[in-house]
Ligand binder design. Structure first.
Ligand code: PLP
Length: 340
């Protein structure tokens, strides 16, 4: 693939990141003896303003363990109707914990307190216990949008006022922090649990860290053990995450600039509907140009340009393996395809 805009998950570890992995001090993570994993967890707890943290293989496991820890079978979670936990985790909430997730409406993958009010059930024996409110920062299929601080706080305050806990899916939390110029810990205020993925724009080969109060992380560790998420010399991967925190956070601004450049280029094509990007994801509908997103993606792929298709929309994802020249090359190919 000449330019891979399919997903920021497809970026490859750099030579310098691999060198950091090779140099990592290692031990048995499951026994609490891996110093590199410990260093990553300490750093993440501080970065996100929480008491404790646990290293997990993936973001999906962070979400599922958070749900297992916050909820019991029969409980209800309120989340946006496009939330990853609702659409993309294989029904994990239902299969593993036995929760029902109710999808809330709202623009750009975000919801307002009014939507929570509308979903509130009376505390009777007829209704499911409503125990958790979940937000995604950034909201992935909402367009990579950044929740404004005031809305995050209002949602968290509402949840706590109604006796519910709060969880933030921070798969791309650092994208949000860099784009808004707001510290990640500031964004996580009011959220009982929060996690960051290292395999999106941060470019590590695997790993995500779930943060929260010490008692919550103790309980999460129990689930990590039960699910087989306890690892051994996991520091070799935690080292990549530490490297990413040192070297790949500020550069996310380049991805955001590339996303704006790509969106501006697409917007010049007749019949293209382009959502203005706030971070590294660009969603667009080419249907006005007489071609479905799927048909365009197939033609582009044949010419070495990959992007993903989500229903009628295409999604192009910027990351550290794509530079400005790559963006221009992808635009040129798409321009030629729809011009013919
Ligand atoms: C990618 C993603 C996840 C899952 O993370 P994995 O590391 O791929 O398991 C969860 N939530 C959102 C919003 C994501 O984009």
């Amino acid at each position: 693939m000449r330019v891979n805009l399919y997903s920021d998950t497809q970026s490859l570890p750099t030579a310098a990141m691999k060198a950091a992995m090779m140099a990592a001090e290692l031990g048995d993570e499951q026994a609490g003896l891996d110093p590199t994993v410990d260093a990553l967890c300490d750093r993440m707890a501080r970065l996100l303003g929480k008491e404790a943290a646990v290293f997990l293989p993936s973001g999906t496991m962070c979400n599922q363990i958070a749900i297992l820890t916050h909820c019991r079978p029969g409980d209800e979670i309120l989340a946006h109707q496009t939330a990853h936990i609702l659409t993309s985790e294989g029904g994990g909430g239902a299969a593993l914990t036995g929760v029902q997730i109710t999808g809330l409406p709202g623009e750009g993958g975000q919801f307002e307190v009014a939507a929570l009010d509308a979903a509130l059930r009376a505390k009777t024996r007829y209704a499911m216990p409503q125990v958790l409110v979940e937000v995604e920062q950034t909201a992935n299929t909402g367009g990579g949008t950044v929740w404004p601080l005031a809305r995050l706080r209002a949602v968290a305050d509402w949840a706590h006022a109604h006796g519910m806990a709060t969880h933030m899916d921070g798969a791309r939390l650092m994208n949000a922090a860099v784009a808004a110029g707001v510290a990640a810990a500031e964004m996580a205020v009011g959220y009982d649990s929060v996690w960051l993925d290292f395999t999106k724009g941060l470019g590590a080969p695997l790993g995500a860290v779930l943060c929260g109060p010490a008692a919550f992380i103790d309980a999460a560790w129990r689930w990590k053990q039960r699910l087989g998420g306890s690892m051994r010399q996991a520091g070799i991967c935690a080292a990549a995450c530490l490297y990413a925190l040192d070297h790949h956070v500020e550069r996310l601004a380049e991805d955001h600039a590339n996303a704006r450049r790509f969106a501006a280029g697409l917007a010049q094509l007749p019949g293209f509907e382009v959502q203005t990007p706030q971070t590294n994801l660009v969603f667009f509908k080419p249907s006005g140009a007489g071609m479905s997103a799927e048909a365009l993606a197939a033609k582009a792929r044949a010419r070495g340009i990959a992007f993903s298709v989500m229903g009628p929309r295409g999604r192009a994802c910027m990351h550290l393996d794509v530079d400005q020249a790559g963006v221009d090359e992808a635009l040129g190919v798409i321009r030629e395809i729809v011009g013919n």
